[in-house]
Design a protein around this ligand. Structure first.
Ligand code: TRP
Ligand code: SF4
Length: 341
């Protein structure tokens, strides 16, 4: 994959499904990246509520409950509505129209071979995903991206095939309905976000499905309690038993949060049993506190002003709709469908 050349006017677009409260893994993996991008480019970030319904169609309440929490989390970490356009997918119905038009020209085989398709069906066996809409998941994503004529899409590794598909769809549309000198859609680049290295509380990757997260919205008390209960090197049964940091899930956090000097001291303390695990965890907690507490204070403040949040999203939706409708005018014309009656 070649790195695209991006300029301040390049347009970046990304979406996130509202499926549960955001945690440190999202922050380090995705949101930090978005923060960076919003300072350099024109960004559109949206809540992919229709995409969430492809798997949660039997349970639409989940989407409703989590969508505002997710948007508030974005604002709390610093996604800035003055810089970025924040919106909700289903508030811009043009995405659905473009998805429909794309569905006519997209070979079934293109969708069937997308790796996430079979993977997800196998992983979420308790849900019946043998649906028309689930097969079309990446095509809806292609519509999300192309409707804003995005130059680049920050995504995790698993989503790269979806951007690839988007490029193929753009090419096919241009080939069928436009002349080579006047393509409508440029092919967007995937901006590969480094996969989050954030470990979970139990040493596995931080993930809601493992129940090992530190969420952005929980209280400091809860975070403290979780960290204090974290497992450590099993060799340190008693305070006097020496341990090895490399065998300890707490250490994975120190690698991210602590300074070189602190790590030296902690290693010496752990291997000689001159410090206890509680002392070691206190160092980590102070770093977590520095990082999380300002976000949580902002979060509480933003959450106490729901009308402001609504206004931000409302104007983001409008801005997105305007952009999307411009593209759709051109799409309809390309398909000889702008009847203007
Ligand atoms: N499929 C993406 C995910 O699960 C979410 C998404 C929907 C998206 N539409 C998008 C991401 C468009 C980037 C661009 O993470
Ligand atoms: Fe883990 Fe720290 Fe305890 Fe060593 S002292 S086992 S690194 S928590």
């Amino acid at each position: 994959m070649t790195e695209p050349t991006l300029t301040p006017t390049s347009r970046i677009l990304s979406g996130m499904r509202p499926t549960g409260s955001l945690h440190l893994g999202h922050m380090k993996g995705v949101l930090d990246n978005w923060l960076n991008l919003q300072n350099q480019h024109q960004c559109f970030f949206f809540a992919a509520d229709w995409h969430a319904l492809t798997t949660d169609y039997a349970n639409p309440g989940i989407v409703k409950e989590t969508i505002w929490d997710m948007l508030i989390d974005w604002l709390a970490v610093g996604i800035d509505p003055e810089k970025s356009t924040l919106f909700i997918q289903s508030e811009v119905p043009e995405h659905a129209e473009l998805h429909l038009l794309f569905s006519f020209m997209t070979p079934l085989a293109w969708l069937e071979r997308v790796p996430t398709y079979k993977d997800q069906i196998a992983q979420l066996r308790e849900k019946d995903l043998g649906t028309y809409g689930f097969l079309g998941y990446p095509l809806l994503q292609a519509a999300d991206i192309l409707i804003y004529r995005a130059d680049a899409v920050p995504v995790g590794e698993d989503q790269v095939p979806h951007v690839e598909l988007t490029r193929e769809v753009a090419r096919r549309f241009n080939h069928l309905y436009r002349t080579p000198s006047q393509p409508l859609f440029a092919e967007p680049a995937a901006l590969l976000m480094p996969t989050s290295k954030m470990p979970g509380l139990d040493g596995r990757k931080m993930s809601k499905s493992y129940g090992n997260t530190i969420s952005l919205s929980e209280s400091w008390k809860e975070t403290e309690k979780k960290v204090k209960q974290m497992p450590t090197d099993p060799a340190r049964v008693r305070r006097e038993d020496p341990g090895s940091p490399e065998k300890c899930p707490v250490w994975d956090f120190h690698k991210i949060y602590s300074t070189e000097d602190e790590r030296c001291e902690l290693t010496a303390g752990c291997t000689s049993a001159s410090i206890g695990c509680i002392d070691c965890k206190k160092v980590l907690l102070s770093h977590l506190e520095d990082e999380l507490q300002p976000i949580r204070t902002r979060r509480l403040d933003i959450a106490s002003r729901p009308d402001d949040v609504r206004d931000i999203v409302k104007s983001g939706n409008e801005r997105a709709r305007l952009e999307a409708s411009r593209t759709m005018d051109k799409v309809r014309k390309s398909l000889k469908m702008g009847y203007r009656v």
